[in-house]
Design a protein around this ligand. Structure first.
Ligand code: PSU
Ligand code: MN
Length: 306
């Protein structure tokens, strides 16, 4: 095991005995949702994973140690802001470790740590992607590069429309990342089930997803996959409301000089603010939905190896 990792007893036993394990990220807690709903969600998501018979492993960095599996107290410290965690993607890992700082891992950061620990399935809300206006800003999330190289499957509800979804889809194709629609033929757009972007891959059961993942990795094709799981119908939101909030938030970036890693947290917080509590309820519902599916995929993967 990597010298910088601390794997919790529960997760270590689960991995040793081939039980299904689901990785969960910490940036969604510290930078993606407001207190105290972020803590409630982090706990509920872990519970949902357990109810499906898998072990949750929330991943974060505390004083330079990569923690695989957090205690309730640690989860709370990420949620209430008392640890002041830095948002940690691939670029940021070495410095946070060397300086013994606290870090909340993004999709990319969580994939890296999960792979080090031997966890192959990860649930979150939405992945980072190619930003709108990327032809000028070159703002492309490191999540996409990580998906191309690190062998962890990411269950998400697609990507938020703060991004350019067609460009994000093209980028994933270029980098050889399978995007598997779960029970759908199109890319879900986070708050809504449809984006109008057709996907080439579809699976309707956790077993079908697990077979594709196993084939990819048994072929020696390194890299992840996106399992795009649409938000449940009852929680989906009308596209026009979200779109209006997004354009308002996007127009604020340049005048406020918001760039780089600060862009996504700013847009997420502003869109949540501008849409009121509704979008937060949807956000939580889709994360729960993804956690349950991830647990079932992890179980199917484990069963295939017996
Ligand atoms: N999208 C969401 N919620 C989130 C994020 C993205 O709907 O919380 C977070 C994830 O941690 C993701 C990160 O990995 O933002 C992407 O940031 P950037 O665009 O700076 O790569
Ligand atoms: Mn960026």
């Amino acid at each position: 095991m990597n010298r910088y990792l601390d794997v919790s007893e529960e997760v270590a036993v689960a991995l040793k005995t081939d039980m299904p394990v689901v990785a969960l990220e910490s940036t969604i807690i510290s930078h993606g949702m407001p207190w105290p709903r972020n803590l409630e969600t982090a706990l509920a998501v872990e519970q949902a994973v357990r109810e499906e018979g898998a072990v949750p492993a929330t991943i974060a960095i505390i004083r330079g140690r990569i923690k695989i599996g957090l205690t309730r107290e640690e989860l709370q410290a990420f949620a209430d802001g008392s640890l002041h965690p830095i948002k940690v993607s691939r670029r940021d890992l070495p410095a946070v470790i060397a300086r013994q700082e606290n870090g909340a891992t993004t999709v990319a950061g969580t994939m890296i740590a999960a792979a080090m620990a031997g966890i192959r399935v990860f649930a979150t809300g939405g992945i980072g992607g190619v930003h709108r206006g990327a032809e000028h800003s070159w703002d492309v999330s490191a999540d996409l590069e990580e998906l191309a190289m690190t062998s962890v499957a990411v269950v998400c509800a697609g990507a938020k429309a703060i991004l350019d979804l067609p460009k994000t889809t093209e980028y994933l194709e270029t980098r050889g990342v399978p995007v598997i629609g779960y029970g759908t033929d199109e890319l879900p757009a986070f708050y809504s089930r449809e984006s109008g972007i057709a996907l080439s891959l579809r699976a309707d059961t956790p077993e079908a997803v697990a077979r594709m993942l196993a084939a990819k990795w048994n072929l020696g094709l390194a890299g992840g996959a996106v399992i795009a799981n649409p938000i449940p119908n009852e929680q989906a939101m009308p596209g026009e409301i979200i779109e209006k909030a997004i354009s308002t938030a996007l127009a604020e970036l340049a005048p406020r000089n918001i760039q780089g890693a600060a862009v996504t947290p700013y847009l997420l917080a502003r869109v949540a603010e501008l849409t009121g509590g509704d979008s937060l309820d949807s956000n939580i519902a889709l994360v729960m939905n993804n956690a349950r599916l991830a647990a079932r995929i992890a179980a199917a993967l484990t069963a295939m190896e017996d």
